[in-house]
Design a protein around this ligand. Sequence first.
Ligand SMILES: Nc1ncnc2c1ncn2[C@@H]1O[C@H](COP(=O)(O)OP(=O)(O)OP(=O)(O)O)[C@@H](O)[C@H]1O
Length: 314
Amino acid sequence: MIELQNLEKRYTNPATGQAFYAVKDLSIVFPDGEITALLGPSGCGKTTTLRMINRLIEPTGGRMLIDGQDVMAQKPEMLRRHIGYVIQQIGLFPHLSVAQNVATVPDLLGQNKAQTAKRVTELLGLVGLEPGQFAGKYPHELSGGQAQRVGVARALAADPPVLLMDEPFGALDPLARDKVQDAFLEIQQRLKKTIVLVTHDIDEALRMGDKVALLREGELAQFGTPNDLVRRPESEFVRQFLGEDALLRQLAGLTAGQLARPGDATGLPQISSKLNVRSALSVMLGERSEALAVMDEGGQVQGVLTWQALEEAG
Ligand SMILES: Nc1ncnc2c1ncn2[C@@H]1O[C@H](COP(=O)(O)OP(=O)(O)OP(=O)(O)O)[C@@H](O)[C@H]1O
């Protein structure tokens, strides 16, 4: 568990000589094994907060604890061995192959070569890059999405319990982004890392975050599940930031398969379990049916998606 207690970062504006808070009195608990999205408008202090956790930026006040241990009491290099860090400009080493890039941290830690090689193969498979095809390639031979996957594999290579991610999918086009996000969520279901994900993209936060921390001018505007923020915004700022169509956005991140329940599907209009729930809603409205039969990839009925299930999910 990562705990921020009244964390603050003050800077001085060189032009005016006046001090201002990039982060102010910020208290958040990032639960173990979950993704917490740090969301907010440009300049609200997301990156500053993230970089204080691995001490790339030193706070001017407050405390940070990881599993009860004071972050400031640890040497930055030691701390960073247990904290993976993924950024948008992933910074793969251009002269190293994909496999060598992924192995950088285990090599630095002096881990056994044979074990590292095995781990690299595993990780490449995990992020959806066929090891035989990709291990020997160089960064310039990769697409943006592939390079990003290598970046994720590299961050996971030392098996850190904590992963900090700063706009990790920001440079990808929407199609590649969807794919890498899906792959990442699948990995996370297995690995259950404690992840802090900085994003200014509302859809990404609602989709990827088990929890969302919405910041405004360095302060916490609201913390909760995506559902909490969408259904129960605690201020006008939260409501406006998420937008009128927040509910629909949230539904777009779920698939019909995820909300299907056992039930009698006889005679109901059929949809694929992979269809996103926003599209399923359109089918319901179009077909004037309060329930749909959800079909799995083999064409078998997986369950029934009801209007009520949609209401409960939204
Ligand atoms: N080294 C610095 N010196 C002075 N001010 C800084 C410094 N770094 C950041 N700031 C200011 O602190 C505030 C928070 O910056 P930060 O990068 O954390 O925002 P952000 O929410 O990550 O923004 P974005 O989404 O645009 O990346 C901004 O007003 C920024 O201009």
